[in-house]
Ligand binder design. Structure first.
Ligand SMILES: *[C@@H]1O[C@H](CO)[C@@H](O)[C@H](O)[C@H]1NC(C)=O
Ligand SMILES: *[C@@H]1O[C@H](CO)[C@@H](O)[C@H](O)[C@H]1NC(C)=O
Ligand SMILES: *[C@@H]1O[C@H](CO)[C@@H](O)[C@H](O)[C@H]1NC(C)=O
Ligand SMILES: *[C@@H]1O[C@H](CO)[C@@H](O)[C@H](O)[C@H]1NC(C)=O
Ligand SMILES: *[C@@H]1O[C@H](CO)[C@@H](O)[C@H](O)[C@H]1NC(C)=O
Ligand SMILES: *[C@@H]1O[C@H](CO)[C@@H](O)[C@H](O)[C@H]1NC(C)=O
Ligand SMILES: *[C@@H]1O[C@H](CO)[C@@H](O)[C@H](O)[C@H]1NC(C)=O
Ligand SMILES: *[C@@H]1O[C@H](CO)[C@@H](O)[C@H](O)[C@H]1NC(C)=O
Ligand SMILES: *[C@@H]1O[C@H](CO)[C@@H](O)[C@H](O)[C@H]1NC(C)=O
Ligand SMILES: *[C@@H]1O[C@H](CO)[C@@H](O)[C@H](O)[C@H]1NC(C)=O
Ligand SMILES: *[C@@H]1O[C@H](CO)[C@@H](O)[C@H](O)[C@H]1NC(C)=O
Ligand SMILES: *[C@@H]1O[C@H](CO)[C@@H](O)[C@H](O)[C@H]1NC(C)=O
Length: 814
């Protein structure tokens, strides 16, 4: 009896203690949250509902209802999501009081403190995301004891010190993203326990030492991103054993593992801009999955592996700037989806294989600066989608292919510095989209085809240093789009026509033609031998032509005036002109995607989202669509702008893109400035903040005429840093502008200065200081010039003031 009684009392006592304990625990969590809040700076008051409740309301789980707080069924906090709230201050040590916390997300805030060590007491953690802050100090050790930990994302911070070794104990870990901090030391041996790891991102730190060969045993790895560190030594051959590897981005070592790709379904290999040498591994496409092979700017030697000409999955091959030798393998033309073939600046010999001309997919071919010889395949310029063909600086001979009737997309043809002979085929004029034709330094003979002057988009024509004869065609100067022409060092003769751009061009571009005279050159001498009898005929012809030109000028001026007035009204008053134009031209101007940095989606992903229901904005700058891409999940704004024929292709990376821009600078000034005025077809997919920086770099490059890593800046100074220094030294900004764009034209300079300011905002160091794309578009809109096309400010120093918008569809419409 006594024992029973005792037992009974005990029972009551215990249960009292227990229920009290549970209540205290809940209250503890509430006050823990309150104390966490007290160490935060919350300028936008996101956490305003984190308040001590009045006794009447409080029933133990009030806090489960707070912003960013989720509780489990027992009323304990299991998830805290305080991402994107512009929070700063510090993360409280009291966080460790949330014993059941399994998911902590404080990404994308402004924390600039250190992360407390006590986080290691959160042993229930499964996922921790502290990315995109400015956290300093070391990444806390001890998280490895959270045995259920699957995700650690600490990318884009200012962490320093070593990688915590104990993370190797978190054997459930699938994602480890520590990209973009100042971490140093080597990859700890303990990481070799991470058998479930799929994503390893360590790029953009100060890691050193060798890449451990045991990484090749982490058989779940799908993505390895280690670039932009100071790793040394070889790339371990064992990486070739990773059967799930899909994405490899390294920046280290000398040769690539020779069996890379043999066992793994490698889809994307980017090792550009390293110091890699040795041969290209022959088995990269053995599993038939390789789409992008990006090897440019290395020291690869040896031949292009035969295996690539049978790799049906290839979309891009970018191998420029290496020491690759041998011939271009036969069969690349049979790859059904190959779009880009970039082999420039290598040691290739032999001829361009005939089969390349049979491709139906290639849009960009660059084989310049090699030792290629013999003649071009006769039908190479008829590849249906070919936009750019660059074969300059080789030993090519033979004639220019005459099969030009079908060059429907060609916009750039560069055959300069070869031994090409024969005539310029008259049929070149059927290349309706040709913008840039460069045939300089060849052995061309015959006359300049008259039809060249009718080409609707031809803007740049370089025929210098050939053996062309005859006269400059009469209507040459009035070619619709011509901006730059160089005819120097030929055997041309006769009077230079006095019309259009032939009156404003630089006389140097005509020099070296002993027989030319008149026009902008010194007048023809009296006894210039216009063959007898012809003189009078010519006189009559001139009168007739003059009459016709006069009448048509009046006629066109009339039309231009009315069309202009109509356009002006629609554009300024209704702002719907572009909507209409867009509707009409939807089919006419093909889509093209320009990515200013590596993006994780393809143009077809984007195109699938381009439909009326996704329109989120429309106006002066074009139509903006929302594009939601599911794997990986990203939301981007896509803008459709005007005009077609861009040479910029889906870029793999900024540098590659910028190289391309550098080469086509002249045209792209037109385009990027055109972008400002809504008149290009450049479609940009942007991912707020990250792409904005790259966009700013491109703007800087175009405005200053410098390359991003121009040697004149000095060691390891890029264009952004160079510019920041100018500003710190209070240098006038306009001295940095490229004088060849604006010349003395004040309006253009003014506009360029405005755009320069925008570029500076875009390249702010901290992502959060960069403007949003929406702001950029507004600012670009405000950087409107006062003139629409040619600048008239009375300066005529022989320099042609470039009609920056002369190729715009609007001018075309007039
Ligand atoms: C507290 O009250 C809310 C409704 O006000 C209810 O949903 C919740 O279950 C209650 N919690 C407890 C522990 O009683
Ligand atoms: C939770 O919040 C909602 C509105 O935010 C409110 O209507 C509800 O009463 C709250 N519940 C508790 C238990 O505080
Ligand atoms: C976010 O916080 C920073 C300072 O940390 C501040 O400069 C910025 O204006 C804030 N953003 C907003 C939208 O308030
Ligand atoms: C983080 O690093 C950036 C880049 O070096 C620097 O500008 C910034 O001041 C750093 N922030 C902190 C809080 O250390
Ligand atoms: C973890 O919690 C224990 C017990 O509360 C405490 O003694 C220890 O200091 C905590 N660890 C850290 C790193 O704060
Ligand atoms: C880590 O977070 C950043 C930004 O917060 C994000 O861009 C990145 O994709 C995340 N990493 C992984 C592997 O999901
Ligand atoms: C990993 O866990 C084991 C056992 O719990 C422990 O002995 C070891 O110290 C841990 N390793 C690290 C690097 O913390
Ligand atoms: C880390 O790398 C940056 C840039 O490469 C360099 O400026 C810095 O000195 C390095 N820090 C350490 C600790 O090595
Ligand atoms: C090429 O790679 C070297 C390092 O090997 C790098 O310094 C250089 O900037 C790269 N150039 C381009 C244009 O990518
Ligand atoms: C690789 O290609 C094969 C056959 O083309 C396909 O079955 C497989 O799913 C691909 N693997 C990946 C990871 O895409
Ligand atoms: C180019 O290839 C030839 C042999 O075909 C070789 O003699 C030469 O050294 C190579 N040049 C370079 C720069 O690799
Ligand atoms: C013109 O071409 C010849 C070879 O065809 C070359 O030797 C010469 O340097 C070139 N001249 C100029 C000015 O480019």
């Amino acid at each position: 009896m006594q024992t029973h009684l005792l037992f009974f009392y005990c029972y009551i006592g215990l249960s009292l203690v227990f229920s009290e304990g549970a209540q205290t625990l809940l209250n503890d969590e509430l006050s823990t949250l309150i104390s966490i809040k007290s160490s935060l700076i919350d300028p936008l008051d996101y956490l305003k509902d984190w308040q001590m409740p009045s006794k009447a309301v409080e029933n133990g789980s009030t806090h489960c209802n707070w912003t960013g707080v989720w509780c489990n069924s027992r009323g304990l906090v299991e998830k805290l999501d305080l991402s994107n709230m512009n929070l700063s201050g510090s993360v409280s040590d009291n966080m460790q009081g949330l014993h059941s916390l399994s998911s902590l997300n404080i990404c994308c805030n402004g924390f600039a403190s250190s992360l407390p060590k006590s986080l290691s007491n959160l042993t229930s953690l499964k996922s921790i995301d502290v990315s995109q802050n400015n956290f300093i100090g070391s990444f806390p050790t001890g998280l490895g004891s959270a045995s259920g930990l699957t995700l650690v994302n600490a990318s884009s911070n200012n962490f320093s010190g070593l990688l915590p070794e104990d993370l190797g104990n978190a054997t459930s870990l699938e994602t480890l993203d520590l990209r973009g901090s100042f971490l140093e030391g080597s990859i700890p041996a303990s990481f070799l326990n991470l058998q479930k790891l799929k994503f390893l991102g360590l790029s953009g730190n100060n890691f050193t030492g060798k890449i451990p060969r045991e990484l090749g045993k982490l058989s779940s790895l799908e993505t390895i991103i280690l670039g932009y560190n100071d790793f040394e030594g070889e790339i371990p051959a064992e990486l070739g054993n990773l059967i799930k590897l899909q994405y490899l981005d390294l920046a280290v070592g000398r040769p690539l593992p020779i069996n890379l790709g043999r066992k793994s379904p490698l889809q994307w290999l980017d090792v550009s801009s390293n110091s890699l040498s040795g041969e290209i591994p022959p088995g990269l496409c053995d599993s038939g999955n390789l789409t992008k092979l990006i090897l440019f700017n290395n020291s690869f030697s040896g031949p292009i592996p035969i295996g690539l000409s049978t790799c049906k999955s290839l979309v891009r091959v970018r191998m420029q700037n290496n020491h690759i030798s041998g011939t271009i393998p036969v069969g690349l033309g049979y790859i059904p989806i190959l779009q880009r073939l970039e082999l420039a600046n290598n040691n290739l010999t032999g001829q361009i294989p005939e089969d390349i001309a049979l491709s139906t997919s290639l849009s960009f071919i660059d084989v310049s600066s090699n030792h290629l010889e013999s003649s071009l395949p006769y039908n190479i310029l008829s590849i249906p989608n070919l936009q750019s063909f660059i074969a300059s600086n080789n030993n090519l001979d033979g004639n220019i292919p005459d099969q030009l009737q079908d060059c429907s997309s060609l916009s750039l043809l560069d055959l300069s510095n070869n031994h090409i002979s024969g005539k310029i085929p008259e049929s070149i004029a059927s290349c309706e989209k040709l913008v840039n034709l460069n045939l300089r330094n060849n052995q061309l003979t015959g006359e300049i085809p008259k039809a060249i002057s009718t080409m609707p988009t031809l803007a740049i024509l370089d025929l210098s240093n050939n053996s062309l004869i005859g006269q400059i065609p009469e209507n040459f100067g009035s070619s619709p789009a011509l901006e730059m022409v160089n005819l120097s060092f030929n055997k041309l003769e006769g009077p230079v026509p006095s019309n259009g751009m032939l009156m404003t061009m630089n006389p140097n571009d005509l020099m070296g033609n002993a027989g030319l005279c008149g026009g902008i050159l010194p007048p023809c001498s009296q006894n210039y031998a216009a063959p007898k009898g012809q003189l009078q005929k010519m006189h009559i012809k001139h009168i007739i032509i003059g009459f016709i030109i006069g009448i048509s000028t009046i006629f066109f001026l009339g039309i231009a005036f009315f069309t202009g007035r109509w356009l002006y009204r629609r554009w300024y008053l209704c702002n719907s002109f572009f909507e209409d134009l867009f509707k009409q031209s939807n089919e006419l101007w093909p889509w093209r995607l320009v990515a200013f940095q590596r993006v994780s989606f393809t143009s077809s992903d984007i195109l699938a989202c381009i439909k009326e229901s996704n329109i989120i904005g429309m106006g002066g700058t074009g139509v903006v669509y929302k594009a939601e891409i599911h794997r990986p999940h990203v939301v981007v704004a896509v803008k459709k702008l005007w005009r077609s024929g861009s040479d910029i292709e889906n870029g793999d990376d900024l540098l590659g893109e910028v190289n391309l821009l550098g080469r086509l600078r002249h045209r792209n000034i037109v385009r990027v400035l055109g972008y400002i005025h809504n008149e290009t077809d450049i479609m940009m997919a942007y991912d707020e903040k990250t792409d904005i920086y790259s966009f700013g770099v491109v703007l800087l490059e175009l405005l200053t005429g410098k390359m991003p890593l121009d040697p004149s800046f000095g060691e390891s100074i890029d264009i952004v840093e160079w510019f920041q220094r100018k500003i710190r030294k209070n240098r006038p900004l306009d001295e940095a502008l490229d004088p060849s764009i604006a010349g003395e034209c004040k309006h253009v300079q003014e506009e360029m200065l405005l755009v320069l300011q925008i570029a500076l905002l875009c390249t702010a160091k901290l992502p959060r200081d960069r403007p949003s794309m929406r702001d950029i578009i507004t600012m670009l809109g405000e950087a409107k010039p006062r003139r629409k096309s040619i600048c008239h400010n009375g300066v005529n120093n022989g320099r042609k003031e470039k009609p920056i918008f002369s190729t715009s569809p609007i001018i075309g419409l007039l």
